[in-house]
Structures are given as structure tokens and as C-alpha cells.
Design a protein around this ligand. Structure first.
Ligand SMILES: Cc1cc2nc3c(=O)[nH]c(=O)nc-3n(C[C@H](O)[C@H](O)[C@H](O)COP(=O)(O)O)c2cc1C
Length: 211
């Protein structure tokens, strides 16, 4: 039986002051308590941003491995590592601030690297097929305003579409909204924490089945 591995991806530029990071940290701390035998891999995209997905990377990827320059090999190896850590995770946690109505560009770069034909998805005569493997996934969405269940919430459908595309369907969203409104902030964070705590039991049930 393989040991549970939680991959925590944070995307805020605010480090320890990030609400999405703090909420995800609380969740991960509780998960650790319940899984003393498990391990946690953290990828902090805000503190250590990935290079933009660009033509140089695409050229590196399409160059046969034995003909790549050292720089090209390093770029492909970095993307390989991102894909490998995603595929090996039994639980995925994404901490996602809203920046200008979308996901942070740091998270978009991660998405651009892990979406790789033949590895995390492929096209078949029946349409696209996700190859990354399904796993319980929790998205902590922090916003200054209020967008949940409105047409202006571009993050939720975008992330769901992308994750579904690579084969991740077991997704829960936890929202902390209205954080820019001082008198709403504490209550919103409390609600998000309570939702996250309730999710842990559900995820544990699913993780146990997967293990
Ligand atoms: C550059 C920037 C852009 C933002 N754009 C939006 C926005 O479009 N809508 C919104 O509701 N809040 C917006 N906010 C507020 C953040 O979503 C809010 O502060 C949230 O807590 C950020 O997550 P974090 O605390 O994990 O960094 C923005 C904040 C920053 C720094």
C-alpha cells in the first residue's frame, strides 16, 4: 500500500500574509495529524515562480532528449518534475488568490507546464482523455470581492475545466470571499475554515479507498 502524499500548491505573492496560503496551511496541518505516515510536498509558486511558458521551452520540449542543450535539458527536467509530483500526489491542495478576475500568472505558468500531451492528457477519437489520474483535490479560493456562483467567477469554471481535462474530477472548492471588506473578513475566513475541516473527513474516506 503506497503512503499518502499531499501536494500543496500555493500561488499568492504575499507569503505568510496570504489568506489562501494560510487556509491551505491549516488544512494541510490537520491532514498531517490524521496521516502521520503521510508526506507533504509544497510548491510555492509565489516565492519561487516558474519561468513563463515560452517558445524556448516549446523548442526544448520538441528537441530529442539527446540533442538538447544543457539549458533546454534543465527546462524540460523542471517541467518533468512538476508533472511527476502531480501524478504521484494522492491528495492535491491548491491555494488560489484572485488577481484581476483570474488566477495568478504564477499558477497559470504551472498549468502550462503540467498540461503535456501524452503525459497528462491525450486526444482520442472520442475526445480528450485525462492521464494525470484522479485524486481528491481542494481549491482554496481567496477573493477581495464576492463572486461565487456568479458569472464573474471566472476562476472556478476555468480551474474545473483544466483539472477535468487532465483527469482530475474529484474537486472541492472552499471560498473565502469579501476579504477586502474589513467587517466581513473574519467571518468569511471562519466559514472557509469550517468548510475545510468538514472536507477532511470526506477526503479521508476517498483517500482510504484509493490507497
Ligand atoms: C494584484 C491583485 C489583484 C487583485 N484582484 C482582485 C480581483 O480581481 N477581484 C477580487 O475580488 N479581489 C482581488 N484582489 C484581492 C485578492 O483577491 C485578496 O486580497 C485575496 O486575499 C488574495 O489572496 P491571498 O491573500 O491568498 O494573496 C486582488 C489583489 C491583488 C494583490
Amino acid at each position: 500500500m503506497s503512503k499518502p502524499l499531499l501536494l500543496q500548491i500555493t500561488a499568492s505573492i504575499l507569503g505568510e500574509n496570504s489568506q489562501s496560503t494560510k487556509l491551505s496551511n491549516d488544512f494541510v496541518a490537520r491532514w498531517r495529524q490524521q496521516h502521520p505516515q503521510g508526506s507533504v510536498q509544497v510548491r510555492d509558486l509565489g516565492a519561487q515562480p516558474l519561468p513563463h511558458f515560452d517558445a524556448d521551452y516549446l523548442a526544448a520540449l520538441s528537441t530529442p532528449a539527446d540533442q538538447r542543450s544543457a539549458e533546454q535539458a534543465a527546462r524540460v527536467a523542471q517541467a518533468d518534475a512538476l508533472i511527476a509530483e502531480l501524478k504521484s500526489a494522492t491528495v492535491l491542495v491548491l491555494a488560489v488568490p484572485m488577481y484581476n478576475f483570474g488566477v495568478p500568472s504564477q499558477l497559470k505558468a504551472w498549468i502550462d507546464y503540467v498540461a503535456r500531451a501524452g503525459s497528462t492528457f491525450r486526444y482520442t477519437s472520442n475526445g480528450p482523455e485525462g492521464l494525470a489520474g484522479d485524486r481528491p483535490t481542494v481549491v482554496f479560493a481567496a477573493r477581495g470581492g464576492q463572486y461565487k456562483d456568479t458569472p464573474n467567477d471566472s476562476q472556478t469554471p476555468y480551474l474545473r475545466t483544466f483539472l477535468n481535462f487532465i483527469g482530475i474530477n474529484d474537486i472541492e472548492f472552499v471560498y473565502a470571499e469579501g476579504l477586502a471588506v474589513a467587517e466581513r473578513q473574519a467571518q468569511s475566513l471562519q466559514q472557509a475554515q469550517a468548510s475545510a475541516a468538514a472536507l477532511l473527513d470526506k477526503i479521508d474516506g476517498l483517500s482510504a479507498q484509493a490507497a
